[in-house]
Design a binder for this molecule. Structure first.
Ligand SMILES: [Zn+2]
Length: 234
């Protein structure tokens, strides 16, 4: 009994302060099996192989944070009716392309300024994945966004991944990626208070004078859920 008590005391010391009341059930750890998505014929150069990412089924706001621009939450801060895979202007996209994160900021007005994406974070910082198949159009550092990647998903849809620590191997402009391919490591480069992913869903024509900054940002929580169509082959 005594040894057990000591073990418990040691465990309590080792547990981080933020995990003070995890509760008996932690649905954020539920990982979805990514359904086969019909992005086009196999072997097509525009349809590179899918990466290892499997999205989490649930998302909640970060403990101890009041996220003023979060979507509706239940009493335990889980996003009500969270849609892990969405369809944005015809593109099937991951809503949170990194595992076991919490939402640190939603989309829209925040302290009187418009936040063009969502902020997702975890400790230790996690690996960030491509939210949909596409081609890297930007992989560079800028003062505000830090180390950033922009991916072109076709149909005028883009995603931006900002504040990264470093890029995944092979990530460079022109490289084609499948869904869920590693893009880089979450970090705090640029104007960031701590390691997090700033993730944007953008539309428009990138061939404009402002480049990716001339695209229009959309709320990732505003899109309908992806509903895979049953196929005789699966
Ligand atoms: Zn942000």
């Amino acid at each position: 009994m005594r040894a057990g008590t000591i073990t418990l005391a040691l465990l309590a010391l080792l547990l981080p302060a933020c995990a003070s009341s995890p509760g008996p059930y932690r649905p954020s750890q539920t990982i979805l099996r990514m359904p086969p998505v019909d992005y086009g014929p196999p072997g097509d150069a525009r349809n590179p192989p899918q990466g290892p990412f499997q999205p989490n089924a649930y998302l909640r706001t970060c403990p101890g944070m009041r996220v003023s621009n979060a979507p509706p939450l239940d009493t335990e801060r889980w996003i009500i009716d969270f849609k892990p895979i969405i369809v944005a202007f015809g593109v099937v996209l991951a809503t949170a392309p990194v595992n076991d994160v919490c939402l640190a900021s939603g989309f829209g007005l925040r302290n009187g300024r418009v936040h063009n994406g969502i902020d997702l974070t975890n400790r230790p910082p996690g690996l960030i994945y491509s939210g949909a198949p596409g081609r890297v159009v930007e992989a560079r550092t800028s003062s505000g966004y830090g180390l950033t990647v922009v991916i072109d998903h076709g149909q005028g849809v883009y995603t931006r991944y900002a504040h990264m620590d470093y890029l995944a191997p092979g990530i460079a402009p022109g490289v084609a990626l499948g869904f869920g391919h590693p893009v880089g490591q979450m970090g705090a480069s640029g104007n960031a208070q701590g390691p997090h992913l700033h993730y944007e869903i953008l539309t428009g024509n990138i061939d404009n004078p402002k480049g990716s900054f001339g695209l229009v940002a959309h709320d990732p929580f505003s899109f309908p859920a992806y509903a895979p169509v049953a196929s005789p082959g699966y």
